[in-house]
Design a protein around this ligand. Structure first.
Ligand code: NAD
Length: 497
């Protein structure tokens, strides 16, 4: 039963979140309509002014308090993440460890990145002081997915708060409890004003947030929804940050450490039951190494078991509708000539999917071309890395990627059309707070995390201050007839050669 069905059963104003492992009710939440969303945004606006007024140091202190609270109650939140997503306990804990690290980085670096700084004033305006500052936008609306219900939205929330904004968060309808927990815990350390609030509901609640008086929307979810979000935001010229899906690939070069590549490919493809935007969904391995690589991958994959117990290797498919997508991708690939070296059509047993490794799948099959979002990986052989790079870049998506190569990892990484690339590992870029995160093409645009992620939630303001009267002042009706001619002569001298 999906949360939609449950909402209808309980009446239109209630959203019920369920444990995907058992179907048990985890919590009930209101479905907020446009008026309620508008009211929350209105309150957030004045809260944001208060929050901005605390300055970098005041905010950093509060965010540090929140960080300590999250650490103290990490297991409580991890249990809720497990209940709403079904993921294994240690995966939920790992997700929260990364949340804490990012929150720490954002709070610690906001002032350095955003504060007013002097910049050179240049030839024409040498008599001015020029400075640049990144000011808060006001209220940032964050719309999140369910697969990493704390880590993914916190990539926007923590950075937007550190930059001095209020935040209104619309969590996924599958994980509303995690969203509410985050906002409630923040309110414990910042009780004065609703600086970080949550609205719950389905797509229409997200759409209402897009059409509300927010100053920016940070959306993370599917490409199809991302386009709807952009269209709604266009009505008010509300700026958007769009973090969408991917079809990330791992390239195995001739001199790769094969054992390490197989281990990483397996984790990249199967952890979180493949429900990772930067999960490894395709592997391109050069021909001479292909058989050995597949052997190593199969040996490792054979031991993995999905299940609902805390220590399982992978949990269930959180969103019931995704099971059909996964089944279609596996069956289409097999019908098109691919071989399953791990698993089979029967591996899809809702709510669980056992690991599936497909080899030699047609490049135009959905398992290679579309986001699968399940524990399924395609391994295709290529004649050389140039062919691998061509195939990787043939995708409309361009989120992350990985390259295994001893001698030319950095060179290959540069050739991959993606926002992030890991060399000789997978997914590592998500855990480096200083690195920006985001994609190109169908994977979206804009960046969370790092300095770019802080600036994403701020508006650059340029200020010039005149210090003294210039000898040559061309921007006045009182300028002499020779002023501009002298300037042109000067420019010819300086820049014309
Ligand atoms: P989704 O697009 O179905 O939903 C995402 C959010 O958008 C939910 O909160 C949903 O209620 C809301 N929404 C739905 N319709 C809306 C509308 N018309 N207007 C505004 N909001 C609306 O995605 P999902 O199934 O929750 O998440 C899975 C997808 O997210 C995958 O494609 C995955 O790759 C992607 N993802 C991307 C990243 C990233 O950082 N790039 C991270 C995690 C997940």
């Amino acid at each position: 039963m999906s949360p939609h069905d449950r909402a209808e059963e309980d009446g239109p104003e209630t959203l019920v979140s369920l444990d995907p492992r058992t179907g048990e009710v985890v919590g009930r939440h209101p479905v907020h309509g446009p008026d309620e969303v508008a009211a929350v945004v209105r309150e957030a606006r004045s809260a944001g002014e208060w929050w901005a007024g605390l300055g970098f140091a005041g905010r950093a202190r509060r965010l540090a308090d929140w960080r300590r609270l999250l650490v103290r109650r990490l297991d409580e939140l991890a249990a809720l993440v497990c209940a709403e997503t079904g993921k294994p306990l240690d995966d939920a804990r790992l997700e929260l460890v990364m949340v804490v690290d990012h929150l720490h980085w954002a709070a610690r670096n906001a002032e350095r990145v955003l504060r007013r700084r002097r910049v050179p004033s240049g030839l024409l305006m040498y008599n001015h002081v020029a400075s640049l500052e990144y000011l808060p936008l006001g209220v940032v609306g964050v719309i999140g997915p369910w697969n990493y219900p704390a880590f993914t939205p916190m990539g926007s929330i923590a950075y937007a708060l550190a930059a001095g904004n209020a935040v209104v968060f619309k969590p996924s309808e599958l994980t509303p409890g995690v969203g509410e927990w985050l906002a409630a815990s923040f309110a414990e350390v910042v009780p004065e004003q609703p600086v970080f609030s949550v609205v719950t509901g389905f797509g229409p609640t997200g759409a209402a947030l897009c059409r509300s008086d927010v100053d920016k929307i940070a959306f993370t979810g599917s490409t199809a929804t991302g386009k709807r979000v952009m269209a709604a935001c266009a009505e008010n010229l509300t700026p958007v940050l769009i973090e969408c899906g991917g079809k990330d690939a791992l390239i195995v070069d001739e001199d790769a450490d094969l054992d390490a590549a197989a281990e990483a490919a397996l984790w990249g493809a199967m952890s979180n039951a493949g429900q990772t935007c930067v999960g490894v969904e395709r592997v391109y391995v050069v021909e001479p190494l292909a058989d050995r690589f597949v052997e190593l991958l199969v040996a490792r994959a054979a031991g993995l078991r999905p299940g609902g117990e805390p220590g399982a290797d992978l949990g269930p498919i959180t969103m019931p509708a995704q099971v059909d997508v996964i089944r279609r991708h596996v069956c289409d690939a097999l019908d098109g000539g691919a071989r399953a070296v791990v698993g089979s059509r029967d591996s899809v047993r809702p709510p669980y999917v056992e690991p599936v490794v497909l080899v030699d799948a047609p490049e135009d099959s959905p398992a290679v071309a579309e986001e699968t979002f399940g524990p399924v990986v395609v391994v295709n052989r290529v004649s050389d890395v140039d062919e691998a790079v061509r195939r990787v870049n043939a995708s409309g998506y361009g989120l992350g990627g990985a390259v295994f190569s001893r001698s030319r990892g950095a060179e290959l990484a540069r050739r991959v059309r993606a926002g992030m690339v890991a060399v000789n590992s997978v997914l590592s870029f998500v855990a480096v707070p200083a690195l920006p995160f985001g994609g190109v093409g169908d994977s979206g645009f804009g960046r969370i995390h790092g300095e770019d992620g802080l600036r994403e939630f701020a508006r650059a303001q340029a200020v010039t201050r005149r210090r003294f009267a210039a000898v040559l002042h061309p921007m006045t009706f009182d300028r002499g007839s020779r002023t501009v001619r002298r300037l042109v002569r000067l420019v010819r001298l300086l820049h014309g050669r």
